[in-house]
Design a protein around this ligand. Structure first.
Ligand code: NAD
Ligand code: MG
Length: 380
């Protein structure tokens, strides 16, 4: 029986993680979880009643108290609450919150010797060097949940990382993949939120439309697998059937295929290094008919170019990229800015930044807050 705790159990990845636990009650047990604001109270009560965890946490204490009126469960709240969930008696912490709020609890869990199943890519983008050093120091597993990284991780099983010549990360192209730059002017929030292949949380769906998501994933892959940025290639792959590939020094390419169902990589991260059965619709390659790969233009998708630039620059630049993007996406989702303002805000913050070399965790979290405040204040 593996004990699982989840940061962000009420989100898209969180709920799918609960489904994996539900499908394997003899293998996994929910120990603790966190959720967000008052609109999630009903969901929180349902999760407690179904999975009977030892504790839960929400952002505000008043919401926890409303949950307690209906259930009996230990609670915590705020940023301390996230840390308590991270430090709960679990074997694996699934980090499924959105944004850099996942960073500190992840570091605390690693220091406590807990394996991490990581969906929250912003954690690795904003502080990849620090997180990877902690992973090595405390000898824990950092298991990717992001479908591309799970694919690469699976392609690498039994392989020597030294024989890898290239990572090939696939991108569906997001909701605006067939629009020109000119046509992107004036696109709406509803259009941006209509992803062609995946149903996901709002922030990552906007990031997919801007291609920032793929940029964040390139940085994530660099840290997870220790591969140079010049050896990571992004391919437009409209069908989302090949989730990513690895090219080796003998020029063999190994690919991972499957249906576009996040429960597959989530379950793999939870059951690693075993596979468990999964009852769902299997991928029918005869229905897929053809799979295609195209070059992704950095001119068409400047956010991808900015992310690669930030990753190569290193130090605090990825923190600035991530924080300015998080703030800009929330402004866009609140109808304060246009879609194309997102990339301009990120560019502006990167241009204004004075790099801090080898930042500490405290410097990163301070900078993350500062950049978000500057951006939100300027455009609200
Ligand atoms: P989501 O918006 O659906 O869920 C986010 C979760 O985090 C919710 O439980 C919410 O309550 C919680 N949360 C949000 N802000 C919080 C805060 N300030 N403090 C505490 N909790 C907070 O997001 P998602 O789509 O599930 O994505 C989660 C992470 O997984 C993201 O980093 C995303 O990039 C990554 N990811 C998601 C998918 C997907 O299919 N959804 C795929 C790959 C990677
Ligand atoms: Mg992904």
């Amino acid at each position: 029986m593996k004990k699982i705790s989840i940061l962000g159990a009420t989100g898209s990845i969180g709920l799918q993680t609960l489904d994996v636990i539900r499908n394997h009650p003899d293998k996994f047990e929910l120990v603790a979880f966190s959720a967000g604001f008052s609109n999630e109270i009903e969901q929180v009560i349902e999760i407690i009643n179904e999975f009977k965890p030892a504790m839960f946490s929400m952002i505000n204490q008043s919401d926890c108290l409303k949950v307690l009126a209906e259930t009996n469960c230990k609670y915590s709240y705020g940023s301390e609450g996230l840390i308590e969930v991270a430090l709960s008696e679990c074997d694996t912490l699934v980090n499924a919150v959105v944004g850099s709020v996942g960073l500190i609890p992840t570091c605390e869990a690693i220091k406590n010797g807990t394996d991490i199943a990581l969906a929250n890519k912003e954690t690795l983008v904003t502080a990849g060097d620090i997180v990877m050093n902690l992973v090595k120091e405390h000898n824990v597993k950092l298991l990717p949940v992001d479908s591309e990284h799970s694919a690469i991780f699976q392609c690498l099983q039994g392989e020597d990382l030294k024989s890898v010549s290239k990572l090939l990360i696939t991108a569906s192209g997001g909701s605006f993949r067939d629009l020109t730059r000119e046509e992107l002017k004036g696109v709406t929030k509803a259009q941006a939120l209509a992803h062609p292949n995946w149903s996901m949380g709002a922030k990552i769906t906007i990031d997919s439309a801007s291609m920032m998501n793929k940029g964040l994933e390139v940085i994530e892959a660099h840290h997870l697998f220790g591969i140079d940025y010049d050896d990571i290639e992004v391919l437009l792959h409209r069908q989302s059937v090949v989730h990513s590939m690895v090219e080796f020094n003998d020029l063999s390419i190994i690919a991972h295929l499957g249906s576009a169902d996040m429960r597959i990589p989530i379950q793999y991260a939870l059951s690693y290094d075993k596979r468990l059965p999964f009852n769902s619709k299997r991928l029918n390659l005869k229905e897929v008919k053809s799979i295609t790969f195209e070059e992704l233009s950095l001119e068409r998708y400047p956010c991808l170019a900015y992310a690669i630039e930030a990753g190569k620059t290193g130090h605090t630049m990825p923190t600035v990229l991530n924080a300015s993007n998080e703030a800009a996406v929330s402004l866009f989702l609140n109808d304060k800015i246009e879609f194309l303002d997102i990339e301009n805000i990120v560019r502006e913050q990167m241009d204004n930044h004075h790099l801090i070399k080898n930042p500490t965790l405290a410097q990163i979290t301070k900078l993350d807050q500062e950049i978000k405040e500057i951006v939100i204040r300027r455009y609200s």
